[in-house]
Design a binder for this molecule. Structure first.
Ligand code: ZN
Length: 181
C-alpha cells in the first residue's frame, strides 16, 4: 500500500513570505494532477503543512527564516488549484499540521500510515532539500519505501535540489521518477 504526501505547497512557500518562486509555480499542475489521481485511485493522500505561531521565540526556525505559515494567515493556505482539489476531496484527504521540517516529527503521520498498512510513501511539494529531504530521511529510518516525483518537487536552491535528488537515490534507496501525466 502506498500514500501520497504533499508537503508545504502553500502561498508562503510558493510566492509568499518564504518563497521558492518560479520553480514551485511550475510544478503546480503536476502536484494537482497527482493529488487528484491518488484520490481517484483511493490511495491515502496526506497534506502535510507547516504550522507556526506568531513570534514563537522557542522555535528554532525563528532565528533562521522570516515568519511563514503562521496559523490563520493566507500564507498558510494551499496554493492555487491545490486548494480546490483539497476542498472537493476533504473527506478523503488527511491533514497533518507539522511544526518541523519532517512531516513525521511530532505528528501522528507514522501511526496513520501504519494503521492503513502503508509501506511506501510518495513525496511531492517543497522544498526538495529541506522539508522533502527531512521527511524522506525519517521515512527511510522508519522502514518505508520512498518514491520522489522529480517533476513535482522544487527548491529555491538549484544546487540543493539536484543534491537532494541524488541523495534520495544514492543514500535512501528512493525511486526518483517523473510523473506520467
Ligand atoms: Zn517552518
Amino acid at each position: 500500500m502506498k500514500a501520497l504526501i504533499v508537503i508545504d505547497y502553500t502561498y508562503d512557500f510558493v510566492e509568499g513570505n518564504l518563497p521558492v518562486g518560479q520553480p514551485a509555480i511550475d510544478i503546480q499542475e503536476t502536484i494537482v494532477a497527482l493529488t487528484q489521481k491518488y484520490v481517484d485511485q483511493d490511495d491515502f493522500v496526506v497534506m502535510a503543512v507547516d504550522l507556526h505561531e506568531e513570534n514563537d521565540s522557542y522555535h528554532p526556525e525563528t532565528a533562521l527564516f522570516p515568519p511563514h505559515n503562521i496559523r490563520g494567515t493566507h500564507g498558510r493556505e494551499l496554493y492555487g488549484d491545490l486548494a480546490d482539489v483539497y476542498n472537493r476531496n476533504q473527506q478523503s484527504i488527511y491533514w497533518v499540521d507539522k511544526s518541523r521540517y519532517s512531516a513525521f516529527c511530532g505528528t501522528n503521520l507514522d501511526i496513520a500510515l501504519k494503521e492503513r498498512g502503508i509501506t511506501e510513501v510518495h513525496l511531492v511539494g517543497v522544498c526538495t532539500d529541506i522539508c522533502i529531504l527531512h521527511t524522506a530521511v525519517d521515512a527511510y529510518n522508519k522502514g518505508y519505501g520512498i518514491t520522489v516525483f522529480e517533476d513535482a518537487v522544487a527548491s529555491f536552491n538549484p544546487h540543493g535540489h539536484e543534491w537532494a535528488l541524488e541523495h534520495f537515490k544514492g543514500s535512501l534507496g528512493a525511486q526518483v521518477i517523473r510523473s506520467s501525466k
